[in-house]
Design a protein around this ligand. Structure first.
Ligand SMILES: [Zn+2]
Length: 226
């Protein structure tokens, strides 16, 4: 069945297992590191809306602070491992790599690697680059029937649906209440302060003598003031 490619940008979702592995692989590796993964395309009305990354595996490779290069036999071994789990090789369409301490972007080496992982008709290749700051940059490439690249594709972690929304909402209503309004104070805001009278005094009758400078309130005797 012919399927539309992407009038809208699909979201790349990481299943919990894949998210855990990608996050920890990134943080455990002081240098760059590559992994391959299995994906599941989700279509709604022939429209690709999501690509879910289900799992990843690490092929043997050479890696340094600024590059990673998978061994061809390492890639073949990972494909064989996935096949042993019943995964179709055609669904192994994720390449993720970490940029370690560097920012997330696509280097020319990365673009060359993506070209080398060219996929078949209607089968998008998902690429994700991560780093130690927790950034994830996503990209989707098609080669057939047309060459197409979507960059800066959102990458989100797929949370399980625990079906606990009603319970959570009831607990929220039962246990969380607003703070009471703050008590009113006698202090006057500046905007409420009356203009001084012709003696330059405020509240002369209440004993507040700003010119004397030290009497606060008519009922304060000198003993208390000292
Ligand atoms: Zn890179």
């Amino acid at each position: 069945m012919p399927k539309c490619l992407c009038p809208i940008v699909p979201t790349i979702f990481l299943a919990p297992l894949a998210a855990w592995k990608i996050e920890n692989l990134t943080m455990m590796s002081p240098d760059e590191v590559s992994a391959l993964g299995v994906v599941r395309d989700v279509y709604e009305d022939d429209q690709l809306t999501e690509i879910v990354v289900e799992d990843i595996r690490i092929p043997s490779q050479q890696a340094g602070p600024a590059s990673t290069e998978m061994d061809p036999e390492g890639v073949a071994a990972v494909l064989a491992e996935f096949a042993g789990d019943g995964v179709d090789a055609a669904d192994v369409r994720l390449w993720m790599h970490s940029h370690a301490a560097m920012k997330t972007f696509w280097s020319q080496t990365d673009v060359d690697c993506i070209e080398g992982l060219r996929t078949g008709e209607g089968a998008p290749l998902v690429s994700i680059v991560t780093n130690h700051d927790g950034h994830r940059l996503g990209r989707i490439d098609w080669w057939e029937p047309v060459r197409l690249t979507l960059d800066d594709v959102p990458v989100e972690v797929l949370l399980p649906d625990y079906d606990l929304a009603d319970e959570l909402s009831a607990t929220l209503a039962e246990r969380v209440r607003p703070f009471p309004p703050p008590p009113k104070t006698k202090a006057l805001a500046i905007r409420d302060t009356p203009a001084p009278n012709h003696h330059g005094l405020w509240w002369e009758d209440d004993g507040l003598d700003l010119l004397g400078g030290h009497v606060w309130g008519a009922d304060v005797d000198e003993e208390d003031v000292r």
